[in-house]
Write a protein that binds this ligand. Structure first.
Ligand code: ADP
Ligand code: MG
Length: 454
């Protein structure tokens, strides 16, 4: 191992956490978690995979993204390559997945772990309900609780990290708890494909089909993954139809609605939309705060001041996974370093996350908010008029443009009716001074800023 490997290892850990957030736990475990760093030298990182199959898969589906992330972390990296580490191949005992649906008459498929394991933490109890997810939650509960098939399929969709997988696992837990003996299969669409391709390779598609068709509740996560994968789509469609025809419940999730699914056959899309389509909207502040409050309970020994939860809920808006990640990091830091949780500490520990979540504000948004706030017209703000009641808001807007965007002074000047950069500079200094002396103006600036960053 050469010297730069330890540093590369650190970067790789970070990249892996980004990837996990992007592609979900299941795909991550299937493809990424087993990759190792072989060497990192001369601007090239070499990763190794356990098999050629995984190597090719990574090459085709993930390499561009890995390269991109790596280049972002370390500018000196020009190439990332992947090899199959054949020495690593040994006889592997099939993973004993907890929720196996293997039956005696299909030993081959069963041995390859048909079912992805379920996260015990993802239950209905631990799911916090708000306006944005109440429909999806209610529908999921309904599926889990009634012995009948209320709607088929249940189609859950929503952005990354908003709780689709959580709800599916919750359904599985609940069904198993209420109705022992019911066959439940949960897996990602990616894994479905992987299994299907393996079945093709080992020429046991008959067993594969039989395996799925004896299921009472089938849940396929991230179904968008089968877009443009024609034979997998076909197989999925047949499985789906066979189950629905036999009045078995199917639940699918996707990062977009059926109508927005591209690269999936029309007849499949239309069929997917037949049941109940429940979307999960982005979280609002209230829900994020509620989620944090509930997750805090995992750390009885750490006390989180309310203002810290508020900071997180306000600033980490992209998805719940990141929100949780932020909380976990603070908790870990507090525990290991023996420090009390405070706003400063949180800001310190989460610097990178907070920065990444900073919304990109544009100059026109700033102008719109300022105009709104001071009850002016945009034309007035951009005009040459110099009366205080217009000039001051204009200076505030220029100041905010400097603070909140990465635009240069001349660029800002141009957007404000073609003013000179010295005018902008003057405005920035003026507002800086005024904020120190004039608490009303200072409060105004803070308020507008909060609106812009909400
Ligand atoms: P998705 O599958 O939509 O990408 P996940 O279900 O994996 O998102 O959720 C990401 C993380 O956020 C999980 O740890 C999950 O428990 C958590 N999470 C998401 N929504 C909620 C919620 N409403 N209440 C509690 N935890 C949530
Ligand atoms: Mg998911």
């Amino acid at each position: 191992m050469d010297e730069s490997v330890p540093q590369a290892a650190e970067i790789w850990e970070r990249i892996k956490s980004y990837l996990r957030a992007e592609i979900g736990d299941d795909a991550f475990e299937t493809w990424i978690s087993g990759l190792k760093i072989e060497t990192a030298e001369g601007g090239t990182v070499r990763l190794s995979a356990r098999t050629k199959f995984v190597r090719d898969w990574i090459q085709r589906h993930y390499m561009d993204r890995i390269h991109e992330l790596w280049a972002r972390e370390d500018k000196s990296i020009l190439a990332v390559e992947i090899v199959a580490d054949l020495s690593a191949i040994k006889i592997r005992v099939p993973m004993a997945a907890k929720d196996h649906v293997g039956t005696a008459d299909s030993p081959v498929v069963a041995d390859r772990a048909l079912q992805a394991s379920l996260d015990p933490r993802f239950t209905f109890d631990s799911f916090v309900v708000g306006k944005s997810n109440e429909l999806a939650y209610a529908a999921a509960r309904r599926v889990a609780e009634t012995g009948e098939v209320p709607f088929n399929p249940l189609f859950l969709h929503g952005g990354v990290g908003l709780g689709k997988t959580h709800l599916m696992h919750a359904i599985a837990h609940e069904v198993k708890r209420r109705r022992a003996g019911v066959k439940v299969v949960y897996m990602s669409a990616e894994k479905f494909m992987f299994q299907f391709i393996s079945a093709l390779r080992y020429k046991d598609t008959v067993a594969f089909k039989r395996q799925f068709r004896s299921v009472d509740l089938l849940m396929i996560d991230d179904v968008q993954f089968i877009a443009n994968k024609n034979s997998t789509q076909e197989e999925f469609f047949h499985t789906f139809n066979a189950l629905v025809d036999n009045r078995r419940q199917v639940v699918v999730s996707s990062d977009r609605s059926p109508t927005d699914l591209k690269g999936i056959e029309e007849r499949i899309i239309s069929r997917l939309g037949w049941g109940l389509v429940a979307d999960i909207h982005p979280t609002d502040f209230e829900l994020r705060f509620g989620i944090l409050q509930s997750k805090c309970e995992q750390y009885p020994d750490v006390s989180f001041p309310e203002e810290v939860l508020e900071l997180l809920a306000r600033r980490i808006t992209s998805n719940v996974r990141e929100l949780e990640g932020g909380l976990n990091r603070i908790a870990a830091y507090a525990t290991f370093m023996g420090r009390a949780v405070s706003r400063d500490m949180a800001q310190d520990v989460l610097q990178d996350v907070l920065r990444a979540n900073d919304r990109k504000v544009t100059i026109s948004e700033i102008q719109r908010q300022v105009v709104d706030y001071y009850n002016l017209r945009l034309s007035e703000l951009l005009s040459a008029r110099r009366s205080q009641n217009i000039a001051r808001p204009r200076q505030v807007a220029m100041y905010l443009a400097k603070q909140l965007t990465s635009r240069s002074l001349p660029e800002i000047g141009r957007k404000f009716g073609g003013r000179d950069h010295t005018t902008v500079m003057h405005a920035v200094r003026k507002v800086e001074d005024l904020r120190r002396m004039d608490s009303v103006l200072d409060e105004d600036v803070k308020r507008i800023r909060r609106i812009l960053e909400a």
